[in-house]
Design a protein around this ligand. Structure first.
Ligand code: IYR
Length: 221
């Protein structure tokens, strides 16, 4: 498949001060994002979720293969099934599969095998990585950098949801093959992450943790 080239449109060259202003305002917005583990059951409009998914879908991807798929779950019965399956895996994780070191690292977060947010929150978004796609003859075509691409799209989705005023929790029950089964996703897709989306429960508490300083995450050469 050959593509025509077209003029770049939509790009705006900005002044230095305007760029710094915008970068600062964006950081001010993003640094208020916190993962929450307690949600209210207040509903979220699907239009908002869909718009955020469109934002995620603008992500760059290897060869523009867009190797991601988002399943939006609102059905209480499906959420319930996911909760039960996730808790089953987590019970084994917390009972020993994680190992001592991992459990110690998680201690400050206060997590456990109980995942009530999985059926309390109004929306779950299961994100799938498409490792390959099938052509017309059912032949497997590999997607390039599918993990990186899906990771970038997921980051953009989290950012879009936060910008819209929604709280999220990135949840990675392990293993999460049960998501493929419950959500009937095709082979070639691997569950990447389960995003819990909604409004924070009233008076919710979050761990007293902070982000690394600039000189810890950036080096100049
Ligand atoms: N998946 C488990 C454990 C867990 C792992 C990490 I890495 C976290 O940042 C938080 C939790 C759970 O969800 O409880």
């Amino acid at each position: 498949m050959y593509h025509n080239f077209i003029p770049l449109s939509g790009y705006t060259k900005r002044s230095q001060t305007n760029m710094l202003d915008r970068a600062t305002i964006f950081y001010d917005l993003l640094k208020t994002r916190r993962s929450v583990r307690e949600f209210s059951d207040e509903a979220v409009s699907l239009k908002i979720i869909d718009s955020c998914i469109l934002s995620a879908g603008t992500a760059p991807s290897g060869a523009n293969q867009q190797p991601w798929h988002f399943v939006v779950i609102k059905d209480p019965a499906v959420k319930r099934n996911i909760r039960l399956a996730a808790e089953k895996e987590e019970q084994e994780f917390y009972a020993g599969r994680a190992g001592e070191t991992w459990l110690e690292t998680l201690q400050p977060l206060g997590t456990s095998a109980d995942k009530p947010f999985l059926d309390k929150a109004p929306v779950l978004i299961a994100i799938f990585e498409q490792k390959y796609q099938l052509d017309q003859n059912q032949k497997q075509l590999k997607n390039y950098y599918s993990k990186e691409s899906t990771g970038i799209a997921t980051g953009m989705l989290i950012t879009a949801l936060h910008n819209a005023g929604l709280a999220t929790l990135t949840h990675t029950p392990s293993p999460m093959n049960f998501l493929s089964k419950i959500l009937r996703r095709p082979t070639g897709e691997r569950p990447f992450l389960l995003l819990v989306v909604g409004f924070p429960a009233e008076n919710v508490m979050v761990p007293d943790i902070s982000k690394k300083a600039l000189d810890e995450i950036r080096t100049m050469r």
